[in-house]
Design a protein around this ligand. Structure first.
Ligand SMILES: Cc1cc2nc3c(=O)[nH]c(=O)nc-3n(C[C@H](O)[C@H](O)[C@H](O)COP(=O)(O)OP(=O)(O)OC[C@H]3O[C@@H](n4cnc5c(N)ncnc54)[C@H](O)[C@@H]3O)c2cc1C
Length: 405
């Protein structure tokens, strides 16, 4: 579609740059990384050099000084080729770095953001726990004050970059009871699990970062999709975290992570839309070349209907995504629109990738073509950063206000 309503010349340039990078460096390796469930370190280094790991942050903090829209364009464009690469940008930038940019002191920003924004090290965000998923207010990890330290005990599950990353923002309960006001957030540092590779490639590790004793990554998840993304537990066993690592004021952790998740939903919408568009483009091309009954399958009305529905959904998703992004960029309220964009685009990604596999027939069901990977990658978009059910709850609350219990 024509993005003239939302994009400036600079946005088009960002899109072209990311598109070239994705074609040249991501497309040739995406299948193999997915099969081997291997983290794309060589491309992380390249993305850091291109500034893609710090798109929306100011230059004085090591970012590129570009705007929010450029950041969402980056995720959208990468996801057309590979969702795992797009997730690396999204989890690192929004989940791992933005809480420090937004809620950190100037010392915390100076200490961590340049390392993250340049891609020197990767970041992540530890919120989900074994007993606290959709109900993140049920956080059970504890942080007990002892002199100039907090001692953390508990664990986080399904954390993107838990193994490969070195800087994390995680929530823990500092106050009494189950109230949301008892939750605080902390900056935690550890060594990457891929030290040898990182040293060899010169990316992903920073010697000067302290290793917090008792803070480590757990086992790597073997996932259906997003297989080239690293997902593991984060474990705290009497982890002694210096008081200066408290992020924001005590008790602000809950309200702050809700803000982080609102913005993150636009990122997952961009990622989902990218997957849908990538699958649609593959299906469109294949329908033109695959012949049955003496004709290209694109000449059958049954296939027209599928392609028309896919194109319609993508056009609608594009407006929802860039409208939510524009609201955020211009400082307007965007909670409802971010949830709508995430909900619509993630369900669209699942629908479109399933249709794309259908258009490819039996070939679509094999790893010879990327549409089966796209279909597997789409599913988790309906789960991560708030399930589809939770998005509907968020939207209903915005519409109904106090009428929702
Ligand atoms: C690959 C991957 C990467 C992830 N990365 C991160 C990360 O970096 N950081 C992080 O903190 N978390 C991360 N997560 C966790 C993710 O955010 C959670 O999985 C998600 O929020 C759902 O929580 P849950 O898995 O515990 O499911 P549950 O909350 O147990 O939900 C189970 C089912 O119940 C439904 N449900 C729950 N409550 C309600 C309700 N009130 N009304 C209706 N239905 C409801 C849900 O919609 C879902 O269908 C990741 C997850 C995955 C799979």
């Amino acid at each position: 579609m024509d993005h003239a309503l939302y994009f400036t010349e600079q946005h088009h340039q960002v899109r072209e740059m990311v598109r070239d990078f994705a074609r040249q460096h991501v497309a040739p390796v995406a299948r193999q990384l997915d099969r081997a469930s291997e983290f794309p370190w060589a491309n992380v280094k390249r993305m850091g050099e291109l500034g893609l790991l710090g798109v929306p942050w100011p230059e004085e903090l090591g970012g590129t000084g570009m705007d929010q829209l450029s950041y969402y364009i980056t995720i959208h464009e990468l996801a057309k080729v590979d969702a795992s690469h797009a997730l690396t940008i999204s989890a690192h930038t929004n989940l791992g770095t933005s809480p420090i940019v937004e809620f950190g002191t100037s010392e915390q920003r100076q200490r961590y953001v340049p390392l993250l924004a340049s891609g020197r090290v990767l970041g992540g965000f530890g919120l989900t726990e074994p007993g606290a998923g959709s109900d993140a207010g049920g956080t059970a990890t504890t942080a007990v004050e002892r002199g100039d330290h907090f001692v953390l005990n508990g664990s986080k599950v399904f954390i993107t970059h838990a193994g490969v990353g070195e800087v994390f923002v995680a929530t823990a309960r500092t106050g009494a009871g189950n109230g949301n006001r008892g939750i605080s957030s902390f900056i935690l540092t550890k060594e990457t699990c891929d030290l040898d590779t990182c040293r060899r490639l010169g990316v992903g590790h920073e010697e000067s970062l302290p290793r917090i004793k008792g803070f480590r990554a757990g086992k790597k998840e073997d996932k259906m999709g997003w297989r080239a993304s690293d997902t593991r537990e984060l474990i705290f066993e009497d982890a002694a975290v210096p008081r200066e690592n408290l992020l924001g004021k005590p008790g602000e952790g809950f309200t702050n992570f809700l803000k982080t998740l609102d913005a993150g939903r636009i990122g997952i919408a961009a990622l989902s839309l990218g997957i849908a568009e990538g699958a649609y483009e593959e299906a469109l091309r294949y329908a033109g070349v695959r012949r049955q009954f003496g004709k290209a399958i694109a000449s059958f009305q049954g296939v027209h209907f599928q392609l028309a529905d896919m194109a319609l959904g993508i056009e609608a998703g594009t407006h929802l995504l860039y409208h939510a992004a524009w609201l955020k960029q211009t400082g307007r309220p965007f909670k409802k629109e971010a949830a709508m964009a995430k909900l619509f685009c993630s369900e669209l990604a699942m629908r479109v990738t399933t249709q794309a596999v259908q258009i490819f027939g039996g070939y679509g069901y094999t790893t010879e073509y990327p549409v089966e990977r796209m279909m597997r990658d789409a599913k988790v978009c309906e789960i991560g950063e708030g399930t589809s059910e939770i998005q509907r709850i968020v939207i209903a609350r915005q519409i109904l206000g106090d009428l929702v219990g």
